[in-house]
Design a protein around this ligand. Structure first.
Ligand code: GDP
Length: 464
């Protein structure tokens, strides 16, 4: 249970060294705590105006020692992030200074904030709805600009507004149904045809939000891509090319990438976790075998596989082994080392691979000269987004919780439509419409249970 009467505090900046670090305090005692700890020429903090900044010193009231000279930011209720009084001490960065300042604040009666508690309070105080609150976390965790833009729009209310609009329409439909239950004599029978049209319109609108949500989800959650192939075909080199930096150690000795390396990359705005697997092949060497087992697991856990083949060599039995491991999985074939073969040979290799791969696209690539990288990145994005990009201006649903709620609302409307088609009693229709409304309310939070809300904020970082 959350006590809004508590005053909470946390270090709001990331751990470690930094130019500045912020200790944030929110709640009814925030200003009085600042009065005790902070001395500034501007006056007593609790007498100062909202949205002002003051230079001064933070004191240890027990020892009289100055702990830091800092800036004090004041935000008075209700115009603050959480809606409560908030003070922020903007100190010199570094864990010791910030730790000392936080201890003083706690000693003065504040409680250490739970993860996401500031944002949770903002939600409970009506400063933002649940979808907006979730977007705060999404924005912090965004790994690409595209993902950040989606989160920013959601935080600004783009998704919530769509949901509110749908809810409004749904309430209208529900009222039309319920009035015939309660006042059938005055208003007459339910107009089933009009209602059916209304419900199918609503379903179409829901579908408009649902269908791009898988792509939105890709931007929010990212995609795991495994790079597989027999030893020495250039997997590590390809990983480096994708990362545009030298993270994996590249060597000319087969079987040296024994561990699985995971790295984050940005491919056309899509956050990617690229997994370089040890050469997939059967081996007696124990260490290497562990690597190979992990590689199998990595290939299993990835949504997409880049199957790397050495274009300068003939297809080998080892290639065949890898081919068997990945068959049936979503894959792009990469004919690497294209710089080592002339154009004629490259065409022959591609033709051969085209046949073997059952006529899928084969990208000719040189991980060394980076020739073909653009084609590969284009194909990866194409494979993941099926030719769609996320529109920069519209609301994009990217959170699977929201997607499930939208689907549930659509399913309830389908049920309602069947009931309408069969011209059953309006009470039955009303039940389905209420279920749809309830599902939509889960997104913005009105109907979300305490348990769901708890789980959402549990994932947040401390101080947000
Ligand atoms: P892995 O075992 O599959 O990870 O292969 P590596 O990335 O370690 O590469 C094996 C060898 O092939 C190294 O000597 C690389 O420099 C070389 N190599 C990788 N990609 C290319 C390429 O596109 N062109 C050429 N010429 N050599 C490459």
């Amino acid at each position: 249970m959350l006590h809004l009467s508590d005053t909470i505090a946390a270090i709001a900046t990331p751990p470690g060294e930094g130019g500045i670090g912020i200790v944030r305090v929110a709640g009814p005692s925030a200003l009085s705590i600042a009065d005790t700890l902070f001395v500034t020429g501007s006056g007593v903090p609790s007498s100062l105006s909202s949205h002002t900044i003051h230079y001064g010193r933070i004191f240890d009231t027990h020892s009289g020692e100055t702990v830091d000279d800092a800036l004090l930011l004041i935000f008075r209720s209700p115009h603050s992030y959480t809606g409560e009084d908030i003070v922020e001490f903007s100190c010199h960065g570094g864990p010791v200074t910030l730790g000392r300042v936080l201890s003083l604040v706690l000693r003065e009666g504040a409680r250490l904030a739970d993860p996401g508690e500031f944002t949770r309070r903002a939600f409970l105080n009506g400063r933002m709805d649940l979808a907006q609150a979730e977007a705060v976390c999404d924005q912090i965790r965004a790994r690409t600009e595209a993902a950040q833009r989606i989160a920013l729009r959601q935080r600004g209310g783009a998704v919530s507004q769509e949901v509110m609009r749908l809810k409004h329409e749904l309430v209208g439909a529900l009222a039309a149904v319920e009035v015939t239950i309660d006042f059938s004599e005055e208003v007459g029978e339910l107009d089933y045809d009009a209602l059916a049209a209304r419900l199918s319109g609503l379903q179409a609108e829901l579908e408009r939000l649902i269908s791009p949500a898988d792509r939105g989800r890709i931007y929010r959650e990212g995609v795991r891509i495994a790079i597989v192939g027999r030893p020495n075909v250039g997997k590590s080199s390809l990983l480096n090319a994708l990362l545009r930096e030298n993270r994996a150690i590249v060597t000319p000795i087969p079987g040296t990438t024994r561990d699985v390396i995971e790295e984050s990359a940005n491919i056309r705005g899509i956050p990617i976790t690229a997994i370089d697997t040890a050469g997939l092949r059967e081996t007696k060497d124990v260490v290497e075998r562990i690597g190979v087992e992990r590689a199998h697991a990595a290939a299993e856990s990835a949504s997409l596989i880049l199957f790397v083949i050495d274009a300068s060599r003939d297809w080998t039995e080892e290639d065949d082994l890898v081919f068997k491991v990945i068959s049936g999985k979503r894959s792009i074939w990469v004919a690497n080392k294209s710089d080592m073969v002339d154009e004629q040979a490259a065409i022959l290799v591609q033709r051969d691979l085209f046949k073997r791969s059952n006529r899928r696209d084969v990208v000719a690539l040189s991980a060394l000269t980076l020739e073909g990288m653009d084609d590969l990145e284009w194909l990866i994005a194409e494979e993941l987004l099926h030719g769609h990009t996320v529109e920069e201006t519209s609301a994009v649903v990217s959170n699977v919780r929201h997607l499930r709620a939208l689907e549930s609302a659509r399913d309830s409307l389908k049920e309602a439509e069947i009931t309408v088609e069969n011209q059953l009693a309006p009470d039955f229709i009303s039940i389905d419409l209420r279920a749809a409304l309830d599902a939509l309310g889960q997104i913005t939070g009105e109907t979300a249970t305490e348990d769901i809300i708890h789980r959402i904020f549990q994932d947040f970082c401390i101080g947000k």
